[in-house]
Design a protein around this ligand. Structure first.
Ligand SMILES: NC(=O)c1ccc[n+]([C@@H]2O[C@H](COP(=O)([O-])OP(=O)(O)OC[C@H]3O[C@@H](n4cnc5c(N)ncnc54)[C@H](OP(=O)(O)O)[C@@H]3O)[C@@H](O)[C@H]2O)c1
Length: 409
């Protein structure tokens, strides 16, 4: 058994070493990590191989005229990371999207991780499926907090508020309290999450779903994360945040504050990331339909061309690149209409930011997500979107894509 593990470890290291020889490519941290955790002997190997990846480090970058510090994984070779946390137990409370991604990555990185969730709930079942063992690495919430030194509160934001009266007394001096969102702490008047005064309180917020946190790690890449410190009683809070950021699978970490993280996050998802984009798609589609265009034409001109052709170009090289890739006719019209949309939308975005800042959005979210009928209410609203003509037309358009797979609908 051990020799199989050792063989697979050394095979993984050979792959890693090979990729390390290519200077422009990011080395596969997850391969290294998995190898390191499979066989004890390979930990020494990890230490030997890891310095090869320290080709970059903390850097100050000029973001369009503003200098910002970016932290990166290259400063934390696996051996250093494992040594840093050798006396710690990371107690991951909650096993939803983030719990799954962050927990498995930290475990694969060779850190001592346990999971705390409601006994026999959906997350308990899911955690067992992922190899967490009841009584060894999987515990009811209170027990996991008692056993942990770093308490990673990854319950849903509404649940963090609901469970706080039970959890708070267990977070005793010497432990570290960790969040992946500034929500509970910043809006404490509404959430009633008043953190203990004698513990470090830190944040690592991956900029993506927990599934992406996991898939990027498995590919040997890392997700971008924000890091922040709310309370530093040991003088080590920031260093700890960066180290845990690496442990849970971040590639690059951008420094922020709890307030800025939560304001920008709530604003962005209500805006262009989700709310505004659905609103704009619908408005454009409706006008086309009112003027006699067919559903397929309206969908193609609104969603399909955007998601399949143009937005990936923005992602690859920016807006000017996408404009340049389009016809002169399209370009002229877009250049003329962009400022009109900007002017029309600016007041809405200002109203939205204000609504985030003054806690209106938080209170709505806590009320809605705290209802016992939350899941049914959500499903009903999502079913309404699914039933909108634009998205029903979309299903048919998607079925005509060359790479279409019926089971994905
Ligand atoms: N999802 C994202 O894309 C994302 C990205 C960045 C940051 N974040 C932040 O990461 C944190 C976790 O988010 P998430 O999306 O992973 O959460 P989630 O999927 O909504 O997490 C749900 C977890 O909370 C537990 N839970 C819910 N109600 C509970 C209650 N009343 N008592 C005890 N446990 C309860 C669930 O357990 P059961 O299965 O037992 O119900 C489950 O383990 C949040 O602060 C979120 O804002 C999320």
């Amino acid at each position: 058994m051990a020799s199989i593990a050792a063989r697979s470890a050394s095979k993984a290291f050979r792959q890693v070493a090979k990729s390390a020889a290519r200077p422009a490519q990011t080395a596969s941290y997850s391969l290294l990590a998995r190898a390191a955790t499979r066989a004890p002997a390979s930990r020494a190997l990890a230490a030997a191989v890891a310095p090869a990846f320290q080709t970059r480090g903390v850097k100050t970058l000029d973001f369009a005229g503003t200098k910002e510090t970016v932290y990166e994984r290259a400063d934390w070779p696996l051996a250093k990371l494992q040594d840093y946390f050798k006396n710690d137990t990371l107690a991951l409370i909650g096993y939803g999207s983030q719990g799954h991604g962050q927990g498995l990555n930290a475990r694969d990185n060779g850190l001592n991780v346990i999971v705390g969730v409601r006994k026999d709930g959906e997350s308990w079942r899911q955690a067992m499926e992922d190899g967490w063992v009841p009584g060894e690495t999987l515990f009811p919430i209170e027990e996991a907090i008692n056993r942990g030194t770093i308490i990673m509160n990854l319950l849903s934001d509404a649940a963090q508020s609901q469970t706080w009266p039970t959890i708070a007394p267990l977070i005793t001096k010497g432990k570290t309290l960790y969040f992946s969102h500034g929500f509970s702490v910043v809006y404490k008047e509404d959430t009633h999450v008043e953190v203990p005064k004698d513990v470090d309180v830190i944040l690592v917020a991956p900029k993506g779903s927990g599934r992406t946190v996991r898939s990027l790690f498995k590919e040997g890449r890392g997700i971008n994360s924000s890091i922040a410190v709310w309370q530093d009683v040991t003088g080590k809070a920031k260093e700890k945040a960066i180290a845990i950021g690496v442990g849970i699978g971040s590639g690059y970490m951008y420094e922020t504050t709890f307030e800025k993280e939560v304001y920008s996050d709530l604003y962005g998802e209500r805006g262009v990331l989700m709310g505004a984009i659905q609103g704009l798609f619908l408005a454009q589609y409706q006008v086309l339909r009112k003027n006699g265009h067919t559903p397929s034409e309206a969908f193609n001109e609104t969603v399909e061309e955007a998601t399949q052709s143009l937005y990936p170009l923005i992602g690859a090289k920016g807006m000017d690149y996408m404009y340049n890739a389009c016809s002169t006719t399209a370009r002229r019209g877009a250049l003329d209409w962009a400022p009109i949309f900007e002017k029309a939308n600016l007041p809405i975005f200002e109203q939205l930011y204000q609504s985030v800042r003054d806690g209106t959005e938080t209170r709505k979210s806590l009320e809605y997500n705290g209802r016992s009928t939350y899941r049914e209410d959500l499903n009903r609203e999502l079913a309404e979107i699914n039933d909108q003509e634009i998205w029903r037309a979309g299903k048919v358009v998607r079925s005509l894509r060359p790479d279409y797979k019926p089971e994905s609908e």
